[in-house]
Design a protein around this ligand. Structure first.
Ligand code: NAD
Length: 289
């Protein structure tokens, strides 16, 4: 299949490479010359504009930083430029309202479009083990599934347009809050004189267990290998966690949802990022507790 891929950054670069490995012809574009060079190394054909990359495409996949950019790229250079038979898949993490607005504009112009944000970081993007949560019609999902399956281990239909983004921010709101709760508990266990490996052995098999503890323990040398064992480098940047929590707070306000724990997590990650820690893995917030 001829697939245009827009946004070849930390995540998109590996995803585009996996589409090539699956036998697709990938027509790639990014504003960054370095990203384009890496895409060429991964056997993508590169172009000098979005419009050129989407010519004659059967599908367009995007992995971009935010909703404003997704809106402008689709509005100016995808809708009306690529054949209406092309399926449009936006995998960026953006706000639900913009996802729905872009899909409505695409549908009005005759396209099928899905929002398909991902869970899993750069390693999962490179390894083809992302989880996709997909919003869109049943027909659009059926067309999207085989394309996304080439880049992930799970592709789940979340519901109508925007439902993928809704699932993503609700999931990451849990993640932000449970990470802080886990960090607090380890910091307090330490102050109470508990051995932290012993506390892990107990709590990871008891009701305090969570992904933040058992798969991503914030304490160096405890639990499986995690960014804590690497000076909190790599992993999922605190700045990206803050981005997702801000999207969650916006969505909560729009929907009239009460989210006191999510709100507190957003405040704490904002403070952490303002102190210059946005580039550290989000589990590094344990240093402040
Ligand atoms: P990134 O900044 O590394 O990549 C974004 C790329 O988009 C950059 O290469 C940039 O040059 C390009 N770009 C920006 N504007 C463009 C335009 N107008 N046209 C073409 N290219 C343009 O970001 P990333 O880490 O790859 O994240 C991408 C998306 O994935 C974000 O929405 C992020 O929230 C989401 N996400 C990231 C992670 C992660 O761990 N990094 C995990 C899950 C989801």
């Amino acid at each position: 299949m001829k697939i245009a891929f827009i946004g070849l950054g930390n995540m998109g670069g590996g995803m585009a490479a996996n589409l090539v490995k699956a036998g697709h012809e990938v027509h790639a574009f990014d504003l960054s010359p370095d990203a384009l060079a890496r895409a060429r190394d991964n056997r993508c054909q590169t172009y000098t504009s979005v419009r050129e990359a989407v010519q004659g495409a059967e599908a367009v996949v995007s992995m971009l930083p935010n909703g404003a950019i997704v809106d402008s790229v689709y509005g100016a250079d995808v809708i009306g430029q690529t054949p209406t038979s092309a399926l449009l898949l936006d995998c960026s993490t953006i706000d639900v309202d913009t996802a729905r607005k872009v899909e409505a504009a695409a549908r009005a112009a005759g396209y099928a479009m899905v929002d398909a944000p991902v869970s899993g970081g750069i390693a999962a993007a490179n390894g083809g083990t992302l989880t996709f949560m997909v919003g869109g019609s049943a027909e659009a999902f059926a067309r999207a599934e085989p394309i996304l399956a080439a880049m992930g281990k799970a592709v789940i239909h979340a519901g109508v347009s925007g439902a993928g983004q809704a699932a993503k921010i609700c999931n990451n709101m849990i993640l932000g809050a449970t990470m802080i709760a886990t960090c607090e508990a380890f910091a307090m266990a330490d102050k109470l004189g508990l051995d932290l490996q012993t506390f892990f052995d107990i709590s990871s098999k008891a009701s305090g267990q969570s992904w933040s503890m058992t798969s991503y323990c914030p304490v160096p040398g405890v639990g499986p290998q995690s960014p804590a064992d690497n000076g909190y480098q790599g992993g999922f940047a605190a700045a990206l966690m803050l981005k997702d929590l801000k999207l969650a707070m916006e969505a909560a306000q729009g929907a009239g949802a009460q989210v006191p724990m999510g709100q507190r997590a957003e405040e704490l990650y904002a403070r952490f990022a303002e102190a210059g820690n946005g580039g550290l893995d989000f589990s590094a917030i344990i240093k402040t507790l």
